[in-house]
Design a protein around this ligand. Structure first.
Ligand code: LLP
Length: 423
């Protein structure tokens, strides 16, 4: 039993697996771990840029980076440098983006319960688009917006399409908290109301059907449903949201951004969208997931009768996805990246609960043990961004690597950072 070396396709584009070391962006992962400590998120800037470029090319009318997948000032600037807009879903995300120097005109604002404050800030800053989600939000907008200044909007609709993905990240079906239902007539009513408000300009519609989707068919079904609205209302913009899946474990295969974009565009033409309609998208995971890895250090190895537990210095606080969605990951030892992985362990974190499992059955080389570094690939999306301070742990540092250089983009949290909140 056992597994071969880690598959390179799960790693950032510039990864070099050599005898005794693993390089990303020309920098050794073990050297990074020693310099910046662990757990450490390492992002390959070349991969991030390549995915942004791919998205910008195929969705040439506009693509927004879904910042919820991973955000810091450096990431926001990088996405905008590559021609993308940025989708934010809270004032916190908006604030990081604006502080990074990105113009509000590159920002797209989401949220199924935007506060007065969030709406006001979006309006005052003059964001590119606000995606309207519900009637209560329309009530608030009616009070906020004046004819002096235009708020550019899209209307979020639920097409009634069930994407095949985990129920927690499925959003296109009727039974959802997001958007206006097309079938119930709510979407039609919302559009009519918004059109009657002076100062609001509705450009079109937005539909995000879910996340970690491998089958492009669900998007095609959605387009057919949305076509009617675009025609009847003379809209000039349609956003198909994000949601393209990525491979996390050996053997998984996901469509590329280009394949996804091509099929979506062809389907749009097939259902008769005029070329004048801006067809836009909003990927997050497909841009950040494979660009990032997490480096941990092993602190304890405990054989019990059924298996061996290998504990690292992070866990559900830096990657809650296994606990939340039962997501699978791979692991490898950056000092032995070419070795057969013949040691089966349950890779666990350091938190005070049995559910704190990163990988139920991880395969690592025989050499991996206490004091070894262990890397989990494809942690660039929804890892750092969903990191918590559970057990008052401090969130990891994040470095970007490029051409043999590493730069710290988010420093490690310290216990003083935690103490700052005490009053
Ligand atoms: N647009 C909207 C309106 C969204 O709600 C999302 C994700 C995206 C775009 C980007 O989706 P992506 O391309 O990244 O799949 N925490 C979960 C994923 C939640 C996704 C939430 N919305 C996970 O770790 O799998």
């Amino acid at each position: 039993m056992g597994q071969g070396p880690i598959e390179k396709s799960l790693l950032p584009d510039t990864t070099v697996l050599a005898h005794g070391e693993t390089l990303i962006g020309g920098v050794s992962l073990t050297e990074l771990a020693k310099e910046f400590g662990t757990p450490l998120f390492v992002y390959d800037e070349a991969t991030l840029r390549a995915r942004c470029q791919e998205a910008a090319q195929i969705f040439s009318d506009g693509v927004a980076f879904a910042s919820k997948s991973f955000l810091c000032g450096a990431m926001a600037r990088l996405a905008v440098e590559e021609g993308l807009y940025i989708d934010v879903a809270t004032e916190g995300e908006m604030d990081i983006v604006l502080r990074s120097g990105v113009s509000a005109q590159r920002v797209i604002v989401h949220g199924n319960n935007k506060s007065d404050n969030e709406l006001r800030r979006a309006y005052d800053e003059g964001v590119h688009r606000l995606i309207v989600d519900n009637f209560d939000e329309i009530d608030r907008l009616e009070k906020l917006v004046t004819s002096e200044k235009v708020l550019h909007c899209l209307v979020r609709v639920t097409p009634g399409v069930e994407a095949h993905t985990h129920e927690f990240v499925r959003t296109g079906q009727e039974d959802t908290k997001f958007g206006f239902s097309i079938n119930s007539g709510a979407a039609r009513e919302a559009i009519d109301r918004l059109k009657s408000i002076a100062g609001i300009r509705v450009h079109g519609i937005h539909a995000h059907i879910g996340s970690q989707i491998f089958e492009v068919d669900a998007y095609l079904e959605t387009l057919a449903i949305l076509a009617e609205f675009v025609f009847e209302d003379g809209f000039d913009e349609l956003c198909v949201g994000g949601g393209l899946g990525v491979a996390y474990t050996t053997g998984e295969v996901a469509p590329t951004i280009t394949e996804w974009g091509e099929q979506v565009r062809q389907a749009a033409w097939a259902v008769g969208f005029p070329a004048s309609v801006r067809l836009t998208a909003e990927p997050g995971r497909a841009i950040t997931a494979q660009a990032g890895v997490t480096v941990y250090k092993v602190g304890a190895v405990k054989p019990v009768s059924q298996r061996t537990y290998m504990a690292v210095d992070g866990g559900m606080s830096d990657n809650p996805r296994p606990v939340l969605y039962g997501s699978g990951y791979e692991a490898f030892d950056p000092s032995y990246p070419l070795a057969e992985r013949t040691q089966a362990v349950r890779l666990v974190g350091k938190h005070c609960e049995s559910g704190d499992v990163l990988i139920d059955e991880a395969w690592l080389p025989e050499q991996t043990g206490v004091e070894s570094f262990v890397v989990t690939p494809v942690t660039g999306a929804y890892g750092y961004s969903m990191a918590s301070n559970y057990n008052r742990s401090t969130r990891p540092a994040v470095v970007f690597v490029l051409n043999g250089e590493a730069r710290l983009v988010l420093r490690r949290e310290t216990v003083d950072d935690l103490a700052r909140l005490e009053v």
